[in-house]
Ligand binder design. Sequence first.
Ligand code: HEC
Length: 154
Amino acid sequence: MKKRSILMLGIVCAVVIIQFIRPERNNSVQEQGESMAAIYHPPDSIRLIIQQSCSDCHSNNTRYPWYAEVQPVRWFLEYHISNGKKELNLDEFASYSRRRRIHKLKAIKNQITDGDMPLPSYLWMHKEARLSKNQKEQLTTWIDKLVDSLKSTE
Ligand code: HEC
């Protein structure tokens, strides 16, 4: 065999082999009682925005697209999910201290107004997650009110 064919065969084998290395899915059937929505009862419109734009990386339940079955795509997704959850897990918000919750809420507002979240790479494939000006305003207004009320219960 020519050197080039050996190389091609090697690449094909590698692509096939990596398909079998799948990280566990970020799907949990746990109760959602600790979630941000369960403790702060956002209106449905806000809940929907967060669900559509943030929950895939910041909760214990990701809606996986079909291409997540193709490696190395899944590794890339899991990397974002585990880093995203480390910073902010909306399903475990109740377990954060009051100070941390306030800090995270402010961070959410900053990320949204600066346009840093959702991650740009996510928006390529999830057009519905893009936040309109109006959605950003709804979210930030809701967060401002919540932060004020959390601060006033000191
Ligand atoms: C594709 C995955 C993904 C999506 C979708 C996503 N994030 Fe993130 N988020 C991350 C990752 C990864 C980090 C870790 C830091 C980094 O890489 O920027 C992060 C970090 C953050 C942080 C920083 C926490 C801190 O304390 O500094 C906040 C706040 C945040 N995201 C809010 C949001 C909000 C709000 C949305 C929805 C509008 C959202 N994210 C959507 C992946 C995501």
